[in-house]
Design a binder for this molecule. Structure first.
Ligand SMILES: [Zn+2]
Length: 276
């Protein structure tokens, strides 16, 4: 098995999105009042080159997002900025690794935000898995009002439901094995979105935690700081706490989508430090 980090361009967001201010609705509205942008943050997708078939986790950004400033949605228009050109989309980057579209058996999406589903068009031959609740939240005009872009999904997009079983995996209440070997497991990490998933890969005695957007970097996870967009403070806090507890029982490499250190940590197998 090999794991690759694939950087599909980069994104800037408001600092109040990265680390929430206050609680509840006030925290979510603070993004719109914030004038401070982050630097350019990477947007990673992940490739698990597994003996049972290649699994891609998230599809990253698409070049269409560069026009986000023209979006009708106020969050996309005013609170995000993207950098990516067509050659930085996941399809061309996979081909550079020698992986063609028919080689990818399955695609699993942590959630359907626009910088995670932006590369779906590159996977017409793959089985695509999404949590049913996430698909429902993102679909139709209601999904568009929530800041998703279901109008950007390929016409053939008809994902299979990734239904988690009420089987605990470490500190996580619900999980689903994605391989016969049991070394790739989806776990429920609600918070950033209500049906957000993360993917755990057991690799060579180390646990790789493909975190999606559970936090924007490792320090914020360790500090238990909820981001600016999570709907429910307590749910998001409980997920951050569960991840931290996992890192205390297993050597874990924590790999959020937008953490500038994620690719380095993966390359070095650098586990989360246990200082307390
Ligand atoms: Zn997101």
């Amino acid at each position: 098995m090999r794991i690759h980090a694939i950087q599909t361009g980069s994104v800037r967001i408001k600092t109040a999105q990265v680390e929430g201010r206050g609680r509840g609705l006030r925290r979510r509205l603070a993004i719109f009042a914030d004038r401070n942008w982050t630097g350019w943050l990477p947007t990673y997708a992940w490739v698990i080159d597994h003996p049972e078939g290649i699994i891609v986790v998230d599809t990253g950004q698409g070049a269409h997002l560069v026009d986000s400033g023209k979006s009708l949605h106020p969050y996309i228009r005013w609170e995000t900025a993207f950098q990516i050109d067509r050659e930085e989309e996941i399809g061309p980057l996979l081909r550079a690794l020698g992986i063609g579209p028919r080689d990818v058996k399955r695609v699993v999406l942590t959630h359907l935000h626009i910088d995670h589903d932006g590369g779906l068009a590159h996977f017409p031959h793959s089985e695509i898995f999404v949590a049913p609740g996430e698909l429902q939240t993102a679909s139709g005009w209601a999904g568009s009002l929530r800041g998703y872009q279901p109008n950007r999904w390929p016409s053939w997009f008809d994902p299979k439901p990734l239904v988690l079983a009420p089987e605990a995996f470490g500190p996580f209440a619900a999980s689903k094995r994605l391989t016969e070997a049991g070394d790739v497991v989806a776990v429920a990490t609600p918070g950033h979105t209500a049906h957000h998933l993360s993917i755990i890969v057991e690799y060579d005695g180390t646990t790789l935690f493909l975190a999606g957007d559970t936090s924007y970097d490792e320090a914020l996870m360790l500090a238990g700081r909820v981001d600016g967009v999570s709907a429910n403070d307590d749910v998001a806090s409980a997920t951050l706490d569960a991840i931290k507890r996992l890192t205390r029982i297993r050597p874990t490499v924590y790999l959020p989508t937008h953490d500038p250190e994620s690719a380095n940590r993966l390359a070095r197998r650098q586990v989360v430090p246990c200082n307390d």
